[in-house]
Each structure stands twice: as C-alpha cells, then as structure tokens.
Write a new protein. Sequence first.
Length: 419
Amino acid sequence: MTKRAATIALLLIAGCGDDDTGTPDAAPTDGEVQPDAPGREVVGVAFEPIAVDGDFFTDVAPVPGTTDELFVATHPGTVLHLRVAGAEATVLGELTVPEVAVMVDCGLLALTPDPDWETNGFLYAGHCIATDFATRVTRVTFDGSDYDVADSAVTILEVRETRGPFPFNHNVSNLLFDDAGVMTVGIGDKSAVAQAPGDPTSLAGSILRIVPSREPGVGGYEPAEGNPFTDPSEGAPEVWAYGVRYPWRIVPHHDGFIFGDVGEGAFEEVDVAPSGGLDFGWPECSGPCDPPDDSVAPVIWYPHDDDHPYVDEDPETAVGPNRAVWVAPPRPATADDPFDGYLDDRILFGDVCTGWFRGARFSATGEVTDDELLAHVNFVTDVAWTPDGTGYVTTFGSCNSTEMLEPARLLRVVPRYAD
C-alpha cells in the first residue's frame, strides 16, 4: 500500500487493493431463492433479504436463549436489537457502545454476548477509541430491555501499540468465546505500511487468548491458560500466534483456529493455527512465498488480480484489485437440516470486495480437502448461526468505508437446489 498512501485511507479493510475502481455499483443477484424442495439436490446457498434499516452492518450475533432475536453491530457504534419474523425484522431497541471512533477500519467492528449472557447480561464490543485510535474491547451490561448501557461500560482490553503509521487501520477481529470462557481476539498491525517483522512480544499483529473479567463493574483480563509464552522476553503471555496483518475473522477448528488474514496489495490468505506460538510470516511473507525461518504458509491464498480460478468460477465476480478475505463458522449440526448435510463441516469464506461466498473443508491437520463456490453476495461482514441452524449474513453496503454503494443488508441463508 505504499504505492498509494492516499488511497489507503479510503478502504474499509485497508489493504484490500490499490484503488477502489473494481467495486460494483449494482446489487448482487444472491442466487435464486427457491421454495422447499424435498428430494432435490442441494448445490449451494441463496439468501433471503430481511427488511431492516441501518448503516454499515459489521457483525451479527444471535441473542442467547432465542432463535428469532439478533444483535447487529453498525460501524458508527450502534447495536440494533432485532426480532426476526419472516422477511421482516422489528427493531426492539438500540444501544450505543461508548467512545467508538469512526475512521477507515476504526468503528464498532465486533460484538458478542458472554456465554452466560442470560444471567449476567454482558456484551463485549471490539472497536477503536479516539485517543491514539487505540483498539479496545469494551464490556457493557444489557439486560434485554434497558438500552442505556453507557454507565455499565468497562474496558476489558486496550491495545495502543502500532507497527507503523496510520493506527486507525487493521484493528480488531471478531470476539470468539470457547466453552471455558476464553476469548480469542485478533489484533491487526494497526498500520497501513508494513515496517516491522512479526513480534510475539507485541499485542499488535497477533492473535490473543484472554479470560475477561466477569465481575460487575470491573474490567481487565487474565492471559488464558495454555498460551505458548511464559517468558515475557520471548512473547507476551496473551499471544497465541503472531506475524499477521489483519486477522479480521477467526473461527475455531479442532484444537486451534482458522482465520482470514487481509493482505496488502498482492494476496489474501486463509491460515490454520493448530497450535500456539506460530509465526505467520507477515510482513516478510504473504501468499505463496517461501516462509522465512519457521513461519507458517497459508492453506488458501488468492491474488489481487483476476488471474485465478475463483474468478472463472464466479461470473459475477467484481473484477479489479480490491480484495478483503473473511471467514465464518460452519453450520451447526441439527436434527432438522434443510441443507441435507451440504454445509456440514464447511468453513465459510469469501471476499468482501469480489462477492465470493465459498465453503472449504479441512482435515484434522489443516489440509484443504474441499473448496467450492456456494453463492455470490457482495460486501459480507459476518455469518452467524442460531441454535436451530438458521444462518444470517450481514453486509456493509460497500468495499469503501466512506461511500455506501448499496444499503447495508441482513440476509437469511437458505438452500439452493439443482435445476
């Protein structure tokens, strides 16, 4: 991105291309939505639009204990509490995360309820603040009815480190809890210009595992047990993996994680971290290069040009240099599965800017065993599943954080059948 520093400041995921000429103006077709078709072969997914007003959707999380309520985060810092019925979503209320700074990658980027939200009401938000554009994880308390949450806000984690200029770029990933209450969160290098190699002593450019405070009114965290670094001179106790640029979305996989690392001007990556302490090579290595020393190469990569099978497979690809990879978890197994197993074990991934919506399966050791185009939809920011297996997609409305090309959308994932 050093080629056009001025352009960097305009991109949603700074580093998704050298300019934004490839962004389409038209809405995607989203595939043909078909009625239930018992006995017909499922060959992909389609999307049913759900009517709801809002700007720049960045994350979606099911409300625990429900199958019809969602939290939807918006870039400016508002969280919509929705009840979904058919093709409509009713806004039950809105809460505002305090001290959200909005600029390029800065804004409200992540939201997740506490695993015990039904009893403690804790919601965690990943965002920037105006002071130095620091990256913060804030916890607020929301009981489901009182939307005035400002006084309950406490800081769980704050990262002011940067790896170069432009600290408003490459900030926070999704916030991922495991069953033991450990939160995994990726912190980008907080820069637009790669200047320093991966450093396990730095929280910037790393994937962290922490245990947030669960005491009312008290913030902070403890490093999670099982993290690889016990000697602070070798690595920060919070760090699980390092040498990443912007691990914008992370999903669990066996005993580790799969994440998408948003690239600079050449390649996008999907990486597997099966164990702690791994170096993923940024900025010395990106895409299909020989990783330096003991760093880890990506399992999936694609370039910032149109010479790739992914382009040929999707005739609706928004051609051009813009790219920004995302990943999302597979559909949970349920007794009633309208997809007839088609989505079982498929890690979803794609690109915000091109519109690819793909699914890949991985072996226990992280090798790709299947990689297939499932659909096309522009500007995806997140995919989430309710306990009954209903999938919801949020879109940003643009590949550029300063210009909305279409309304932000909430979509329901449904099967697409063979003709």
